[in-house]
Design a protein around this ligand. Sequence first.
Ligand code: ADP
Length: 392
Amino acid sequence: METSVLVINCGSSSIKYALVPKDPARPRLSGLAERLGSSNARLKGTDSNGETFEQSLGAADHTEALEAILGRLEGRLPVAVGHRIVHGGERFTRATLIDDEVVAAIEQTATLAPLHNPANLTGLAATRRLFPDLPQVAVFDTAFHQSLPPRAYRYALPEALYRDHGIRRYGFHGTSHAYVSRRADALSGLEGGGWLTAHLGNGCSTCAVWKGQSLDTSMGLTPLEGLVMGTRSGDVDPGLHAHLSRQLGWTIERIYEVLNRGSGLLGLSGLTNDVRELEAAEAEGHPGAALAIKVFCYSVAKSLAALSCALPRLDGLVFTGGIGENSPLVREQIIALLPHFGLQLNRTVNSETIRGQEGRIDAGGRQLWVIPTDEEGQIATETRQRLEETAA
Ligand code: ADP
């Protein structure tokens, strides 16, 4: 019997999908429909033999793209659909079975994630139309961080902004931090350890996890807070916005655009947000590339040191995400900034640990892990757990 969960991650012009079997030995089908809404939409992915495919979708919208995705599932009808939803506000503390009332509550949360939640909802509506009989579960990026205590989630702002408008820290990448910290627990044999996890991809965040619960994280009200990222600034002086507005006459839209899309590694280097290219440019003596990597690594180390305050005991660090999994250089520079944590890197193992591999890279002292994240797998697992609990 088919026991796969179809995981859907729907953006405004794209849909990522993965058909995730319960048995990890069975192949996953996965892919991406992109440029939806243009006249040039495409679907690419991998079939059960590991062969890649690419097809034109013309001017497909989200519903038509989902129909094309359905045609790529090789006749394997999923038992449920798990949706990645970016923002669950304070209402959603865990994966939730979707009904009309839940959809309405996610719509209300859209004020907190105006770019993401409406796009997630488009995918949700299309999937419900296509699979009216399948249970659908919403898995929220923010839910894992709902265990943060008030001292970590409250900003030092007037209380009414929290009470009346939900202005607080929520945190994101929860699915990834949940997955890698659970994996670290399992791999280390320290069930319920104290971990600092660093998800370093295009978006970057850190998290302090104790006994499987998030106690603090670097992202806040929006995914702009915290670390230097590919094109996002991360933390800046809160007075910056007023300064740019008063002194340079910048509009709020321009400031938003620059901080989200023109800053981070790209802004610092003046070159690219891709760490592979930055490493190559640094090796050739590009000063902007070298500075961008230095500022990035320092921001990660500083955040990890700050988040260590949340943990009763620190057992180790976990690196994940495209940069965390693939860049021995970045890992080495971050660890070199934290010698007072008793971290010792095994340089050889570090340089040999490549993408897709789990690896322990310390040479004694506290544990250092590289753990490839699996957000799709985690969404499928949480979807299954929710259905089992509902059925029980
Ligand atoms: P997303 O956050 O969009 O899921 P990823 O987690 O895949 O993205 O991370 C993408 C980033 O990972 C790229 O921008 C690049 O900087 C980095 N990256 C990927 N491969 C390598 C590599 N071999 N060496 C260094 N960095 C890499």
